[in-house]
Design a protein around this ligand. Structure first.
Ligand code: PLP
Length: 383
């Protein structure tokens, strides 16, 4: 009886069309996967460069398992700090052109841990309304005052900044590529405002790392803003095809996070084989201009064709391409009908996106062929 509310809440979710279920993949990630026992074309993963099943990366992981074993045994501060972690951090700092990097076990943990460490109840965080849930959770954990500005709305951000004292500790935090909309943050304007009002800037490059910038460093690299961004956060779980995350910045930032970030301190270190695998992924990313060109070309092709058919792809300018449906039940129905045609596209519904903006979220990768994209377009035309 004590738990009767669980069933009731789940029933409510079903009638609103927002009930979530798990689907099982029984194959490596790729442009084609085995989903619930059926081969389907995959337009749902964040494996933008097709590295999740890359032979070179798998080999590096296997060799490191032979050499260092599987588990890291303890947190970094106890006895889990192993050579591959530090070498990966050096590689990341080199790629990002920052003094230092610090690894986290996931992007979720990086965002919660960085914001919790830097902010407290006397500070203010200014956050784009569409920032990832892990950023919001980090702000809640920090107990800082939260000021949310409408998506990409710089005049409102400026107004909010004007209402704060210059000496107050404040942080502007933004996704660089928004995970459900596929558009880019106005980073140039953000760093200008931050300089004028003496705010720190943190950028979450989860969907830009490996995808944007001449060496895959993300939107910060693409716009040449490295010197103006205090914390460049990103994950190794998407374009890098691995797992884990990083915070890049100054040596002081690294030391501060090691001392104060709870999701860094109180968790077992990433397995060393994963760190070694990520080092190989980084090398592929840096040398991956052709992969990035294929990716952008696939994204451009798909987005243009979708718009010609008449779909609303919102303001996407990246490989994340939403198709706005609005009604969650309709979005789920479209996703089901695509699956019947052998195509896997996830429906994204509230609370992941705002009410009234349910959508199909298409993600293209560098490995999709033109034929794959045409199959998807034909299937969508039939809906
Ligand atoms: N930040 C953004 C913008 C994301 O989309 C995600 C994705 O899940 C994360 C952070 C969390 O990263 P991870 O999956 O590595 O925990």
């Amino acid at each position: 009886m004590k738990t009767i509310f669980l069933q009731k809440e789940l029933q409510d979710r079903t009638s609103l069309g927002i009930y979530r279920t798990l689907k099982t993949v029984d194959s490596p990630q790729g442009r084609e996967i085995t989903l619930e026992g059926k081969r389907v074309l995959n337009f749902s993963s964040n494996d933008y460069l097709g590295l999740a099943n890359d032979a070179r990366i798998k080999k590096a992981a296997l060799e490191m398992i032979e050499e260092f074993g599987l588990g890291s045994g303890a947190s970094r501060l106890i006895c889990g700090n192993m050579g591959p972690h530090e070498r990966l951090e050096e590689d990341l700092a080199l790629l990002k052109k920052t003094e230092c990097a610090l690894l986290f076990s996931s992007g979720y943990m990086a965002n919660t841990g960085i914001i919790q460490a830097l902010m407290d109840r006397h500070c203010t965080v200014l956050s784009d309304k569409l920032n990832h849930a892990s950023i919001i959770d980090g702000i809640i954990l920090s107990r800082a005052k939260l000021l949310r500005y409408p998506h990409g709305d710089m005049p409102t951000l400026q107004k909010l900044l004007m209402g704060l004292g210059l000496a107050e500790r404040k942080l502007i935090v933004t996704d660089s590529v928004f995970s459900m909309d596929g558009d880019k943050a106005p980073l140039k304007e953000i760093v200008e405002l931050a300089a004028r009002y003496e705010a720190m800037v943190m950028v979450d490059e989860a969907h830009a790392f490996g995808v944007l910038g001449a060496s895959g460093g993300g939107l910060v690299e693409e716009l040449g803003l490295g010197a103006q961004v205090d914390i460049q956060m990103g994950t190794l779980s998407k374009a890098a095809g691995c797992f884990g995350a990083y915070a890049c910045g100054t040596k002081v930032l690294r030391e501060y996070l090691i001392n104060k970030s709870r999701s860094f301190i109180y968790t077992t270190a990433m397995p060393p084989a994963l760190a070694q695998a990520a080092r190989v992924a980084l090398k592929i990313i840096v040398e991956g201009n052709q992969l990035r060109r294929n990716l952008q070309e696939n994204a451009r092709y798909l987005r243009t064709k979708l718009q010609v058919i008449g779909f609303n792809t919102m303001n996407s300018s990246t490989p994340i391409i939403p198709v706005l449906v609005k009604d969650p039940l309709a979005a789920v129905d479209m996703s089901k009908r695509l699956l019947q045609q052998g195509i896997f596209v996830q429906a994204i519904r509230p609370p992941t996106v705002p009410m009234g903006t349910a959508r199909l979220r298409l993600t293209v990768t560098a490995t999709h062929t033109k034929d794959d994209l045409d199959q998807l377009l034909n299937a969508l035309r039939k809906l």
